[in-house]
Design a binder for this molecule. Structure first.
Ligand code: AMP
Ligand code: FES
Ligand code: ZN
Ligand code: ZN
Length: 329
């Protein structure tokens, strides 16, 4: 197999694009594809300051690398969830993010959940209402909350996450199985800041396969954490990813087609105007941020069940944004 551009031996063959490339051309192809998505979906412009949410995993570190190489001004945020799970998961991923940032002279801010709120995510999950919340659901809520708040308070134009095509297609399949209209209508490469208090959210890798981000990090020699979140085993997202991979095996490009056809159908009026339920948002009476929950937002309610601790100055739950319900993955 030869590189389509230069004829050298190919480092990767992408059946879904009928394209094989050598290392040098592949590591330029990914930024080109990302730039196209940024422009196509009007995510942000070069003059805007971005906040990239980095987990220490391959997708978000690859995204930060690509944005940096493309010349976008992007600072990073890492949220330390206090997960150990016998492998020092959070400590390891934090160190990888710090190492990535300092090697490139990039700004990274770390928000520690145990440091700011007094409890790690697994502890909060154990102590949450009837102890029935799974760590990943608490984690999602807390991460969205902190990311939104930091982005908005520090004047960033948009929050970029490393969600890739496999993530998006899996969430789409999951929500389509239950026809969760509210989630489906809000699943998009860009979520505009439709209300004060909501950050614009963008997913520049939404058309890039997970295999492609993995290959990019490898070829760019970016060190990332290989372990999945220890609590994610058996999650429905992983299940739907496996199903989609089986389809992709038989029909290369199936995943991309599924996602893009959905976006197109949405553009063509698949959903009635107002189907997003956004009009139902109100400001949380405790933290003042938009929420769809009746009364206080889910984030503020979460901490009510946790024994009180003195939060670090500036990051107490009382000022956090609500679970605006705007995220779908
Ligand atoms: P996940 O929900 O773990 O699939 O992650 C989706 C995206 O959320 C990642 O690509 C990151 O952009 C962001 N993210 C996940 N975990 C963290 C974290 N601990 N700190 C900052 N950003 C994160
Ligand atoms: Fe954070 Fe699982 S606990 S993703
Ligand atoms: Zn080449
Ligand atoms: Zn609140």
């Amino acid at each position: 197999m030869r590189c389509r551009t230069c004829g050298a031996p190919a480092a990767i063959n992408m059946r879904q694009h009928k394209l094989a490339l050598c290392r040098a051309h592949y590591v330029d192809w990914i930024p080109e594809q990302t730039e196209r998505a940024i422009e196509h979906y009007r995510m942000f412009t070069r003059g805007e300051k971005l906040l990239v949410a980095v987990s220490g995993g391959k997708d978000s570190l690859a995204l930060w690398d690509v944005l940096h190489r493309l010349g976008y001004g992007a600072d990073g945020i890492y949220i330390d969830l206090g997960i150990d799970a016998g492998i020092g998961y959070s400590a390891k991923s934090r160190a990888l993010c710090e190492q990535f940032a300092s090697a490139r002279g990039l700004q990274l801010q770390v928000v520690s959940v145990p440091g700011a709120y007094g409890s790690s995510i697994p502890d909060v999950a154990k102590q949450s209402v009837r102890g029935r919340r799974k760590p990943c659901s608490v984690c999602g809520l807390v991460k969205r909350h902190i990311m939104n708040r930091v982005c908005r308070e520090q004047g960033y134009a948009a929050l970029a996450t490393g969600h890739n095509l496999d993530d998006e297609a899996a969430v789409l399949l999951h929500n389509a199985m239950t026809w969760s209209g509210g989630y489906l209508v809000r699943q998009a490469p860009v979520l505009a800041a439709t209300r004060p208090g909501l950050a614009r959210k963008v997913k520049p890798f939404c058309r890039i396969y997970e295999r492609e981000t993995a290959a990019y990090t490898l070829m760019q020699k970016i060190e990332y954490i290989y372990d999945e979140c220890p609590y994610a085993t058996g999650s429905s997202t992983l299940y739907y990813k496996e199903l989609l991979n089986r389809m992709e095996e038989d029909r290369p490009g199936a995943k991309l087609q599924f996602y893009l056809a959905f976006l197109q159908a949405k553009d063509q009026g698949l959903f009635a105007p107002g189907a997003s339920g956004e009009s139902e948002l109100h400001d949380c009476p405790q933290c003042g941020q938009p929420t769809s929950a009746p009364g206080k937002c889910a984030f503020c309610r979460l901490w009510e069940n946790i024994p009180p601790v003195a939060p670090s100055p500036g990051l107490g739950p009382e000022k956090e944004p609500g679970d605006a319900g705007e995220e779908t993955s």
